[in-house]
Design a binder for this molecule. Sequence first.
Ligand code: AMP
Length: 436
Amino acid sequence: MLFEKLGLSAELLRAIEKQGYLKATPIQQQAIPLILEGRDVLAGAQTGTGKTAGFTLPLLQQLQMRPSEGRRGCVRALILVPTRELAAQVRQSVLTYGSFLPFRTMEIFGGVSINPQISKLRKGVDIVVATPGRLLDHVQQRTIDLSSVETLVLDEADRMLDMGFIRDIRKILSTLPKQRQNLLFSATFSKEIRRLAADFLHAPTEIQVAPRNTTADRVSQVVYPVDKRRKRELLSHRIGVENWRQVLVFTRTKHGANRLAEQLSDDGIRAVAIHGNKSQAARTKALADFKAGKVRVLVATDIAARGLDIERLPHVVNYELPNVPEDYVHRIGRTARAGQEGQAVSLVCIDELKLLRDIERILKGRIEQEIIPGYEPDPRIKAEPILQGRSQRSAGHNGGGRNTGGRKKKRTGPSHSHDARSAQGNRSSGRRRRAG
Ligand code: AMP
């Protein structure tokens, strides 16, 4: 469907044309008219479907068509996202689609100084894209006024809940005006998501573009069975033989990401790691270098990679399978985006066969396996348990967010809670302040 048919304003159509989009994606076709009608929407859509434009375009139009009723300079639209990277990307989308409109936008996340954010807020901002923790800091310090918010978007709501942000979200929402439009986007609809929707959405229309946990059709998937100790060698071999120019590689741990990036660099393949222990500046630079083709391999942990928008990313490699099968779907969703073809390769050792079975169960099908000559698994090697304590993902579930208040499972180790925290990036300052 053409964008002209969706009732968007001339300014927005001009911005869309500048982007070169020819047709609205299915989520855009469904979401845009509903949002323009002012309805609350509960949308099941993953990254890569065009969901960001699906809510940003009509949100901008609503602001354009409705003269501001609040005081000048007050925040009129609030978009909550799980990670800093996603905040930066969504803000970029707001700037892109709103390039012919006068609205001021800013991103708010932790891990960076709060003062520049306060100064910018003082000057007046129409649209805020924020991670929950730092936004709550602003709310509690009264450096942001959310009393004029007309539209609220919860983007990647399932991931925000996974990261333990539910209490922060509820606190933030309690400060918003009751009369507002609510849009909730989530890749999956768990019970918790439904509860959140029931509490905060008003008679929402539910839309769904891809059934739960289905893999993008255009991603070709393959498993290379290989011994654990030979994975790095096989990866370098494939990158060389297949001449992959831009590869996103997933590891389970930050440590593993660092080590792999170093080893690949030793093999002469330019690689950098991106994870929550890296400074924001280092992460931004790594992503920019990767996008620009200066770096061939980006090694990422699940939380750090969440929401990364890299256009036409051709290859995703699961160097280690994720502990949580749904993460496999999120990971391979990084490739074959918006109509492109993509390939997802998983290097699977004997320890990971159970994880592979769990993934195949949610995909409802087997993933093709191919043994690469010279890398045949050694049948004498016995499976060993995977150390859950080092898992990246358990950080998100068990200790990643703020104020989980002990309701969640116990933390599994001191280091991993850090990744989710840094991915969202603001807890320590908030905690110190609260403690003091
Ligand atoms: P998202 O699902 O919002 O992360 O978007 C994924 C990618 O699709 C982004 O790189 C967008 O620029 C791109 N995109 C969004 N809408 C369209 C469209 N209608 N046609 C082509 N590409 C699009």
